[in-house]
Design a protein around this ligand. Structure first.
Ligand code: ATP
Ligand code: MG
Length: 248
């Protein structure tokens, strides 16, 4: 079954066409990697999928239902959660309290007491249980990324949108986070992940889609996409990415 269907999605900001006729499907239980150069429209696509923006054209179908233009809080209630690219925890709240926010506004809409239990379970899942009572402002970058993931998980989603959760992490932290993501997938949560860390996204994704200037230029298995001349060309201005794509 397709958990998510994105059909002909176009999004304009004034004169800028950020997304043009983007179409793809995501089967339940898979990890789909979304890659593309800076400014390609990846985060904008997430914003359209989870209802931050309505598209100018096209449809978002989630679990068989048309959610196009529905507000984010309603999309969250239906079982779609998101970890943001720019992580901004509420610094005066503890780690647990931040994660409780996710449980309260998620699919199950918990009371505060239940939310605390759900938060602790999510913190254990991401390996942050020991920090539950600390103010979140004290966390380092890697811990803040885990907090953001826990907040999304506490919403008990069917579909998880991850926007660059590996950015800013060192190699050890990346491999720990990759293990965490695979465990989440094994529990039956479908994952759509935006990622610039090429080796990691290529190794854990079932399929990859590539955005360039707002258009989907490739879709397929990781090895097919990495060998696609159009994809390599899209990254040509970026020697580091080209080297990674070529498998260096
Ligand atoms: N709210 C907005 N208003 C106007 N322009 C926007 C808005 N949001 C995004 N854009 C523009 O849309 C384009 C796509 O931006 P987006 O953030 O989706 O790219 P991205 O692929 O996520 O890039 P990155 O890899 O750097 O995160 C950019 O040109 C950006 O400046
Ligand atoms: Mg982005």
């Amino acid at each position: 079954m397709m958990i998510l269907q994105v059909q002909d999605v176009t999004k304009r900001f004034g004169g800028l066409q950020a997304l043009t006729d983007v179409t793809f499907d995501l089967p339940e239980g898979q990890i789909l990697g979304l890659i593309g150069p800076n400014g390609a429209g990846k985060t904008t696509l997430f914003n359209v999928i989870n209802g931050v923006y309505a598209p100018n054209k096209g449809k978002i179908i989630f679990r068989g239902e048309d959610i196009t233009g529905k507000p984010s809080y309603e999309v969250a209630r239906r079982g779609m959660a998101r970890a943001h690219q720019v992580v901004r925890p509420l610094h005066d709240l503890t780690v647990r309290e931040n994660v409780m926010v996710g449980a309260c506004f998620g699919r199950e809409g918990h009371s505060l007491t239940q939310a605390a239990h759900k938060a602790d379970a999510a913190l254990a899942q991401v390996g942050l249980a020991a920090r539950a009572d600390q103010p979140s402002g004290l966390l380092n970058v890697a811990q803040k990324k885990r907090l953001e993931l826990a907040r999304a998980l506490a919403a008990r989603p069917f579909l998880l949108l991850l926007d660059e959760v590996l950015a800013g992490l060192n190699p050890t932290e990346i491999s720990e986070m990759v293990d965490t993501i695979l465990k989440i997938r094994d529990e039956g949560i479908t994952i759509l992940m935006i990622e610039h860390v090429m080796q990691a996204v290529m190794s854990i994704s079932d399929r990859i889609i590539v955005l360039d200037y707002g258009q989907l230029i490739a879709a397929g298995k990781p090895e097919e996409v990495a060998a696609n001349p159009q994809v390599i060309e899209a990254y040509l201005g970026d020697p580091e990415m080209t080297a990674r794509l070529m498998g260096e």
